[in-house]
Design a protein around this ligand. Structure first.
Ligand SMILES: NC(=O)c1ccc[n+]([C@@H]2O[C@H](COP(=O)([O-])OP(=O)(O)OC[C@H]3O[C@@H](n4cnc5c(N)ncnc54)[C@H](O)[C@@H]3O)[C@@H](O)[C@H]2O)c1
Length: 265
């Protein structure tokens, strides 16, 4: 029996990277899982690839195309998942974006793009998941993806850091507001995880002259990790499955750092 057997979970940003790993780990431990992403085709493909994992774990798998900044799409995705699974027990607000720019060059467009997905997208995701959980009764769990950038401001990624600090405050505010409905809100903060996001960040940092060769930015940025290496998505999922499970029922309003000891806060 897995830690999340029979629990209905929804993960955004699940077409790749950390979100995909979170969703697959949940399936492995018996959950029903909806892989949701703005790239609906890729999410559907990944969900189909996971049919066997689902049948071994004993859960159901589905996918949804969603832009987390669009409330109507989020609502529709939650309704469809609740319909397929009978309810929603756990909602992961994981979709996120970054687009590095030097501090003085940050534009309103850059700020709004990042804050929209990482900030507003998390707010809408929390609200709509909570509405479903309140309507169905019995509480629930909301888990947000924060970052080391939620704890320190880093150069060349100011809007990203601001958006990830917002995730911390939304987690705290949501925890306070939703406790009366027995809904917990937690978050986890990865450090440097080898995903496509970092490949893009690496390219963007070269494009703005902040690094000279592929891989340099990641090497320099992560040189102080006490564990001596960057993370893989698999390093994150022990904690995320715990946050989705009943083992974390007495936790709310907290962010768990999973950064190999990069930021000691
Ligand atoms: N990779 C890291 O080092 C790292 C570190 C700390 C936090 N994070 C956070 O973890 C989360 C996942 O990051 P990742 O590294 O797996 O990134 P990734 O770029 O590999 O995957 C992100 C996924 O989110 C989806 N997405 C983007 N905008 C969306 C939108 N508007 N609606 C729905 N889906 C959308 C993308 O299509 C993609 O599949 C993000 O919130 C990121 O900020 C990543």
């Amino acid at each position: 029996m897995g830690r999340v057997s029979g629990r209905a979970c929804l993960v955004t940003g699940a077409a790749q990277g950390i979100g995909r790993a979170i969703a697959e780990a949940l399936l492995e431990e018996g959950a029903d899982v909806c892989f949701a992403d703005i790239n609906g085709e890729k999410a559907a493909h990944v969900a189909a690839e996971n049919a066997e994992r689902a049948s071994t774990g004993g859960g159901k798998v589905m996918s949804a195309k969603v832009d987390v900044t669009q409330r109507n799409e989020v609502r529709d995705m939650i309704a469809r998942a609740a319909d397929a699974f009978g309810r929603i027990d756990v909602k992961f607000n994981n979709a996120g974006v970054n687009r590095p720019m030097n501090f003085l060059d940050v534009t309103e467009e850059n700020w709004r793009f990042i804050m929209d997905v990482n900030g507003l997208g998390v707010l809408i995701g929390m609200q709509e998941a909570a509405r479903q959980m309140i309507a169905q009764g019995g509480g629930g769990k909301i888990v947000n993806t924060a970052s080391i950038a939620s704890r320190q401001g880093f150069d060349n990624v100011a809007p990203y850091c601001a958006s990830k600090w917002a995730v911390v405050s939304l987690t705290q505010s949501g925890a306070r507001d939703l406790a009366r409905h027995d809904i917990t809100v937690t978050g986890f903060a990865p450090g440097v995880v080898a995903t496509e996001m970092w490949e893009e960040v690496d390219r963007d940092l070269m494009a703005i002259g902040a690094s000279e060769r592929p891989g340099q930015a990641m090497e320099e940025f992560s040189s102080e990790i006490l564990k001596g290496r960057v993370a893989t998505p698999a390093d994150i999922t022990g904690t995320t499955t715990f946050l989705a499970s009943r083992d974390s029922d007495y936790m709310t309003g907290q962010i768990v750092m999973i950064d190999g000891g990069m930021t000691l806060v």
